[in-house]
Design a protein around this ligand. Structure first.
Ligand code: GAP
Length: 463
């Protein structure tokens, strides 16, 4: 089972503290969201899993953390100043602002407003999605020399550091550079909770290789991502691969395969249930070339007269100098978090027929690994033992102590936030030095001695 729709996750998130509307007490700010105590843990678990998988478990990837605000020239030469835009139209009847490329057409092939059905739309105009800012205390708001952008992708911070990483890590091809960080886009139509927002986080790899190896390496990354998403608990039934058409390709891409997730299971038409979770592009040598000082255009002029560096690669074995191709898997943290929560969502009836929500997260993803609960919160000895256990477990796993309700309520709360195990301290514990370990998914309980508790939990958390 998965969540029936995104709304179910929105209300669970707000109720339990995964994600809240941003600036809520001032009426919010369109499609901005804040991550609460559980959301930040889940997002960190996703990022740690990705970094471990992409950087530590391989021998060919280094990490970087580049600035959000770069020299404006980065975005000039990357092509974002000219082409990173959406076609914008306004509906003259209902005044809604729309993305033309997302609109349906009527029988006469005219675009139809998705809000009111009118075809009375303005001409489309290109709207650049980069957020502008100015750098420096004295700069006026309209001073072009102070203009800068918040990065719309983390990728460019990798390309402009290509030579730094190459020289300092003494890498040979193929090798990759990984980065996790915020990106910003002034989206025309944000929405669907954290699916499309103006501020989001990306996990990107730029994997550099010889041009002739790029098609094979592209496919290897597609297979690798299938495996990693599976390790997060995302079912392959909810993923489809989509080959972008030439018209859909970004200005830098030769081939892009998107992984679409079933974010909208409530939609009747199955094709419309899926939307992008990640993309894996063959960026060719586009980016390294445009940031390099040597390449010239047909008239013999340097295509980039501003850069001081040449980002080509010299292969000492073949004595060749060339611009490496780049395969780029790019995935959003926020969309991954949404997919992980949707896939983990299940409902189960208890003995009384009451429906309970269980978030069947993989233990690695669970924000809290174990909750220690006292059966009698007025019994000092039980409370003291439960608090001690929580502190003993805490260095090895994220543990919480909770005595804010009856045991049934406490179990239900932990099930709903995906805590794999509850440890209950009862009157017997004081005599037999043992506690009850309750499993989130089966609700089965097992008596475990205090001496063996930590190892018992660590072993089961590996599953
Ligand atoms: N460097 C390539 C690049 O940025 P992209 O397809 O535009 O490619 C990559 O973005 C991923 O970033 C998407 O697959 C998605 O997961 C995430 N993403 C993009 N725009 C987003 C937005 N407005 N809100 C949330 N996530 C977004």
């Amino acid at each position: 089972m998965t969540a029936p729709n995104i709304e179910t996750i929105v209300s669970l998130s707000k109720r339990r503290g995964f994600v809240y509307p941003a600036s809520d007490i001032y009426g919010g700010l369109g499609s901005s969201w804040d991550y609460g105590p559980l959301g930040v843990e889940l997002a960190n678990n996703i990022k740690q899993s990705w970094w471990r998988w992409a950087v530590y478990e391989r021998d060919d990837i280094e990490g970087v953390d580049s600035s959000i605000i770069q020299n404006r020239l980065v975005w000039k030469y990357s092509g974002h100043e000219d082409t990173f835009s959406d076609p914008l139209v306004d509906c003259r009847d209902c005044k809604t602002r729309l993305r033309e490329d997302k609109l349906e057409r009527d029988a006469a092939a005219k675009f139809v407003c998705s809000n009111c059905g009118s075809t009375n739309l303005t001409e489309s105009r290109a709207f650049n999605l980069m957020f502008r800012t100015t750098v420096g205390a004295a700069s006026a708001d309209d001073d072009p020399s102070a203009l800068a952008y918040l990065r719309p992708e983390t990728a460019q911070g990798i390309f402009v550091n290509f030579k730094n990483v190459l020289d300092t890590s003494r890498r040979k091809l193929p090798f990759g550079i990984a980065q996790i960080g915020k990106a910003f886009r002034n989206e025309v139509t944000p929405g669907n909770f954290i699916f499309r927002t103006r501020e989001f986080e990306q996990m990107e790899i730029e994997y550099f290789c010889r041009p002739e190896d790029a098609p094979r390496i592209h496919q290897e990354w597609i297979d690798a991502y299938d495996a990693w998403l599976g390790s997060l608990g995302i079912s392959s039934d909810n993923i489809v691969h989509y080959e972008q058409t030439p018209a859909e390709l970004a200005h830098y891409s030769d081939r892009t395969v998107d992984f679409l997730y079933r974010f909208f299971p409530e939609r009747e038409d199955e094709d419309k249930q899926f939307d992008e979770l990640l993309g894996i592009a063959n960026r060719t040598d586009y980016d390294l070339r445009v940031h390099s000082k040597k390449p010239e255009n047909a008239d013999g002029k340097r295509i980039n007269p501003d850069t001081t560096e040449d980002l080509s690669f010299f292969d000492p074995q073949t004595n060749e100098r060339f611009y490496p191709y780049c395969i780029e898997p790019s995935i959003g943290v926020n969309r991954t978090l949404l997919a992980v929560m949707m896939d983990a969502y299940t409902e189960k009836a208890n003995d009384k027929g009451e429906v309970r929500v269980i978030l069947k997260l993989k233990p690695e993803m669970a924000p809290i690994k174990v909750a220690v609960l006292p059966l009698a919160k007025n019994n000092d000895e039980i409370v003291t033992l439960a608090k001690r256990l929580k502190h003993d477990l805490q260095p090895s796993m994220r543990a919480v102590y909770d005595d804010t309700g009856g045991i049934g309520k406490l179990y239900a709360r932990q099930d709903e936030i995906g805590t794999p195990f509850c440890v209950t301290v009862d009157h017997e514990s004081l005599a037999d030095n043992a506690v009850t370990v309750r499993d989130r998914d089966t609700w089965e309980q097992e008596r475990v001695g205090l001496d063996a508790l930590k190892e018992h939990l660590l072993e089961r958390l590996k599953q």
